[in-house]
Design a protein around this ligand. Structure first.
Ligand code: CP
Length: 309
């Protein structure tokens, strides 16, 4: 697949071959992402980073990826600091940023914002998370982390734990995993289970996920435990959040039944769903996963802006 000048809005836009193409490119980027080698494949190019929702990893890893490739970055971190606070529409804002740079990375609180931005931008738009919608570049770095840790993506037993209703990272991830024949288990209280449209979409691809609320049902079978934060900010009613807050806590005691090579991933930030005592175990991959955002986003930027890999 030719990524040049293309938007990356949803993981549904990518097939298995194109995902593997990005993962192979990301592998080559690792020494450059670590600063062990220097690459200026995007010298003279300019990235517009628009983050209208808080972010540590996605924003900074896109910036790191860009600068590591010689690409400059202009950025906005708060809607209140733009003319959107005076009533300017997202469409007009995108038209302006499009005129000032060569590609746009957008994080926005509303589902569908990245698709709308792509309509109004001539240059490529990369979705960095749209509300509870999707987060395709997170999925690519998640798959990269799994492939590096497990050797292959084929047929993995993946248990996804926590906020599957509002968690955009898991929405994108399960769709991609079905392309690799994963066996999926959704571990969540009924009120936070995977939305039915995503369930139907993956079922239409021949995947039959198991639903449970009990972590004990999966802990000894999982190759990958993908833990997510229960996202207080997405609950319309704070009382509903209180009912499910703290439902799952991964501790060393919980991990006693796990396979010795089972890996724990988390898109981060975490609150209390993985105890710090787990960080030092061989299971913990979440900080490595966060670093992997840099090589994967270097590959994505090179792909859409035509930089040599
Ligand atoms: N994983 C992730 O999207 O983290 P940030 O919200 O810090 O970007």
């Amino acid at each position: 697949m030719d990524f040049y000048d293309r938007d990356i809005v949803s993981i549904r836009d990518l097939d298995r071959d194109s995902i593997e193409q990005i993962l192979d490119m990301s592998e080559k980027m690792v020494p450059y992402a670590r600063g062990e080698k220097v690459k200026r494949a995007l010298d003279g190019r300019l990235l517009g980073n628009l983050f209208f929702e808080p972010s540590t990893r996605t924003k900074l890893s896109f910036e790191s990826a860009a600068y590591r490739l010689g690409c400059d970055v202009i950025d906005v971190s708060e809607m209140s600091m733009t003319s959107m606070s005076k009533g300017e529409t997202l469409a007009d804002t995108i038209r302006m940023v499009d005129a000032y740079c060569d590609a746009i990375v957008l994080r926005h609180p509303h589902e569908g914002a990245a698709r709308l931005a792509a309509k109004f931008s001539e240059n490529p738009v990369i979705n960095a998370g749209d509300g509870a919608g999707s987060h395709p570049t997170q999925t690519l770095l998640d798959l990269f982390t799994m492939r590096r840790s497990k050797g292959s993506l084929d047929g993995l037993n993946v248990a996804l734990v926590g906020d599957l209703k509002y968690g955009r990272t898991v929405h994108s991830l399960v769709e991609a995993l079905t392309l690799f024949g994963a066996n999926l288990t959704f571990v969540a209280p009924e009120s936070l289970q995977m939305p039915s449209d995503i369930f139907s979409h993956i079922a239409s691809r021949g995947c039959s996920p198991v639903k449970t609320a009990a972590l004990e049902d999966v802990i000894d079978k999982a190759d990958v435990l993908y833990v997510t934060r229960i996202q207080r900010e997405r609950f319309p009613d704070p009382a509903e959040y209180q009912k499910v807050a703290g439902t799952y806590r991964i501790s060393n005691a919980v991990l006693r039944e796990a396979k010795s090579d089972m890996i724990i991933m988390h898109p981060l930030p975490r609150v209390d769903e993985i105890l710090p005592e787990v960080d030092g175990t061989a299971h913990a991959k979440y900080f490595e996963q966060a670093f992997n955002g840099v090589p994967v986003r270097m590959a994505i930027l090179c792909a859409v802006l035509g930089g040599e890999v």
